[in-house]
Design a protein around this ligand. Structure first.
Ligand SMILES: Cc1cc2nc3c(=O)[nH]c(=O)nc-3n(C[C@H](O)[C@H](O)[C@H](O)COP(=O)(O)OP(=O)(O)OC[C@H]3O[C@@H](n4cnc5c(N)ncnc54)[C@H](O)[C@@H]3O)c2cc1C
Length: 350
């Protein structure tokens, strides 16, 4: 993927990127997930959550040291927010970072971290101040820093070709130069990272719908019942019609966000909507695909049960779909509004 330019697909060539835009990132995510979700996950955590965040908030030294090699695929990045007792309620994490001279001493545990055993760099959210979201800061922590260890999580329902694990930080000395943004900006930066991560999850889900549809159409031609292809039955066609509508609508939501991102427009609400809608409909499409395959759909002889298991996770990570609904509700009510950020994501320059 690095050699193909996928790991820096949407970044300018002067930073080692492929010079393409957010629509290209969306199409890459759709096509990768059409194959397997584990490959799309690499773009989500490496490109969207980690590299986009350093691009948006990092200083020149951080960009040169981490962003450029990440775009070439020479370094792999991931982002660690979740802790054993804290996922959705990320403002209450307990990993601590204490300032000592020109370093921070970071201790804590992160879990459910994609690519934990593979990544070279971790964006780690830690508490530097008061309780609540204002006391959080974000650090770039290298795997080689003494005190960093990782383990893998096993027996996941899906995403089995992708690594997910835990990150342990035992009094890790992190240079102050590795603070991303300012002290106290960590929560805000993580939320901006999710605007990019969720976009890729939504785009990937479009690929799952496509894969479910393709497998179902193929099977509906092959399988015969009552003397004809099952695709001739209107109730099978109803499933296929729902899947096609889900594909078209989800892809349009994703492309709308890509268009907004290319112009440097804020897109938190639109991205959250795309993620909620596309993953929910991808799960439904995979479920319908299993039904169309009958008993064979309930085995690993056909790809559709894997699609269902994989995309089940996408309804949970990068904000559960309950959290996405809360986001929609609060924008609709006017409780949330777009406010300018200190560092806006740069618009795409052809
Ligand atoms: C395969 C996989 C990969 C992951 N990769 C990463 C990664 O790379 N980095 C990372 O930091 N994290 C990662 N995660 C973690 C993921 O982001 C969290 O699991 C997710 O945010 C939910 O947190 P939780 O599991 O602690 O659930 P909880 O927050 O404990 O939620 C439990 C349930 O309560 C609901 N709930 C919680 N709060 C509310 C509320 N206010 N209103 C209504 N319902 C609510 C939730 O929707 C959910 O149904 C990954 C998870 C998976 C499964």
């Amino acid at each position: 993927m690095g050699k193909m330019g996928l790991l820096g697909i949407c970044f300018p060539e002067k930073y080692g990127g492929a010079g393409m835009d957010y629509l290209a990132l969306a199409i890459a995510c759709e096509e990768l997930e059409r194959g397997d979700i584990s490959l799309r996950t690499v773009l989500s955590v490496h490109v969207a959550l980690t590299s986009c965040t350093i691009y948006q908030w990092g200083d020149d030294k951080q960009k040169e040291k981490y962003f450029v090699p990440q775009n070439h695929g020479k370094m792999i990045g991931t982002t660690a927010m979740t802790e054993p007792s804290c996922g959705s309620d990320v403002a209450n994490i307990t990993t601590r970072a204490e300032k000592q001279g020109s370093h921070y001493i970071v201790s804590g545990q992160k879990t459910w971290i994609s690519l934990a055993e593979i990544a070279d760099n971790f964006l780690v959210l830690a508490r530097t101040g008061e309780s609540g979201y204002k006391g959080l800061s974000l650090f770039i922590i290298e795997r080689d820093f003494p005190g960093v260890t990782t383990t893998s999580l096993h027996h996941k329902l899906g995403t089995r070709a992708g690594n997910t694990g835990e990150l342990f930080l035992d009094k890790v000395e992190v240079p102050e130069d590795n603070l991303l943004g300012y002290e106290g900006e960590g929560f805000k930066i993580c939320m901006s990272a999710l605007d990019n991560g969720r976009f890729t999850v939504a785009a990937g889900a479009v690929g799952t719908i496509k894969a479910a549809l393709e497998a179902s159409v193929r099977y509906s031609h092959e399988r015969k019942a009552f003397g004809q292809e099952i695709g001739r039955f209107q109730l099978i066609q109803e499933h296929l019609a729902h899947m096609q509508a889900a594909y078209d609508a989800s892809q349009l939501l994703v492309y709308k966000v890509a268009w907004m991102k290319n112009q440097g427009k804020r897109n938190t609400r639109e991205t959250s909507m795309a993620k909620w809608f596309a993953t929910t409909h991808a799960l439904d499409a995979a479920n319908r695909a299993i039904q169309i395959h009958g008993a064979y759909g309930y085995t690993s002889d056909y790809p559709v049960e894997r699609l269902w298991r994989n995309v089940r996770g996408a309804c949970i990570y990068e904000g559960t779909n309950e959290i996405q609904k809360l986001i929609q509700g609060s924008y609709v009510m006017g409780y949330r509004k777009y406010k300018p950020l200190r560092c806006e994501m740069p618009r795409y320059e052809p």
